[in-house]
Design a protein around this ligand. Sequence first.
Ligand code: SF4
Length: 275
Amino acid sequence: MGAEAAREAIAEGTIGERIWFYTNYQCNLACRYCLTSSSPHVPKRELDGATILALADDAVRLGFGAFGMTGGEPFLRRDMPELVAALARRLPVVVLTNGTLFTERFVAQRLAQLANLPVALQISVDSAQAVQNDRFRGKGSHARALSGLARLRARGLHVRIGASLIDDQPEDMAALRELALSYGIEGEDQVVRPIIARGAAIAAGLGETAGPADVPPELTITVDGAFWSPASPTITEGMLDVGERLTLTIRPLDSAVAAMLRYAAELPERTRKVA
Ligand code: SF4
């Protein structure tokens, strides 16, 4: 398919302007609602750096406007800071991270280089209260995430807070917004999203059921192929969910984009089946 058709689809919003990379799948935490059932005990499944950069060049050619990176925990990868920097020299990047690995030394020696690039690090914090956060994300995770967040801010990095809406309690969200503001995080950098009943959330009885029309149409690349959305390549009871997979091969990216357009055209039919 031609770059012109891709650019048109992105301009119309049929395909979101952000393209996502699943960097590894492994995580140092094991959140009860994790879409990918990530934990320290699952095997790491990495997209190698050279492939990510080649895909990034394809994405620029096809008219995408931003990159997203998610893990598991992406910063378990040793090459992650340099990879983020290399992507950010092409397009703006947002990285989803639990923020718990950001020691003073790591921030100073490896992450400070990102301060002058268009990079936002989105740290998962679900509540202003540690006890509320940690019952789903693990003991001590709240304190570690906030320590990491403070270190990033002290170095002038762009930080966002990403909260999964566990209990829809307005006073909890108000307190979390106040907490974010105390770190200078405001407006669109305060991200709140519902939990989706996919992956580990199913066994935990958490989240809302969602079909393909309910998740963002943002092309997502994993080591297992290209998917419809970052909410698509989920893992349930150790098995990859392939219902929203577009293609098995990931290069050239043109094929995945063409498959995404076909998928979008069939969306009403797919949505009816889910319903
Ligand atoms: S939700 Fe994020 S931090 Fe928690 S286990 Fe999954 S990948 Fe790790």
